[in-house]
Each structure stands twice: as C-alpha cells, then as structure tokens.
Design a protein. Structure first.
Length: 104
C-alpha cells in the first residue's frame, strides 16, 4: 500500500479545521434572517441563550460558557443593555464582578 501523498493531505478540502469553519459560517448565514427579526446578531443571540438559562450570572461565567475573553464581551453586553434587553450590575460582594440580569 503506497504512503499517503503529504501534498494531498494539505489540500483545503482535507482540512477538518476548514470543514468546521465553513460549517460555522453557513450556520450563521442561516440564523441571520431569523435573528434580524429579533434585532440580534448571532453572538448576541448566543449570549441571550445563556442568560435565558442562567439569569444573574457574572460576565466571567458568560465568558466561560461562550469560550471567549471577558473583555471582548463588553461591547456586546453594552449593546444589549442599550437595547434594554439586560442590565449590568456590580456585585454587592465584590464590586469588580459584573452580574447580568435580563429585563422583561
């Protein structure tokens, strides 16, 4: 049995990372018109999904659930707050911690 050609293995269509990336892009395209009706972007939708399940969590917890850096969530959370979808509050126990609460 001949050894696999290393050049062929490096082709784009043989890369698992590209298959995952392109699938993610396609899913985002599918969601876009549905989320437009709600006035949400896909990342905002993911944040809201977590908050619908766990209202009152911290930014750090949300960050861990979404596998992202807490600092990158700040603009997204500010937009959701300006749309009156959530409220950010400093924790009474530790003012460095920001808790997130959904609005009605």
């Amino acid at each position: 049995m001949p050894a696999p050609d290393p050049c062929t293995e490096l082709e784009l269509d043989h890369q698992l990372c590209f298959a995952l990336y392109s699938t993610s892009l396609m899913m985002t395209k599918v969601y876009k018109p549905l989320l437009k009706e709600l006035g949400l972007t896909y990342p905002q939708y993911l944040a809201m999904l977590v908050l619908w399940q766990e209202d009152g969590i911290t930014v750090g917890t949300l960050s861990k659930r979404l596998l992202t850096d807490p600092g990158s969530l700040t603009p997204l959370l500010k937009r959701l707050e300006s749309e009156q979808l959530l409220i950010r509050k400093r924790s009474h126990q530790d003012e460095r911690v920001v808790e997130l609460f959904l609005t009605q």
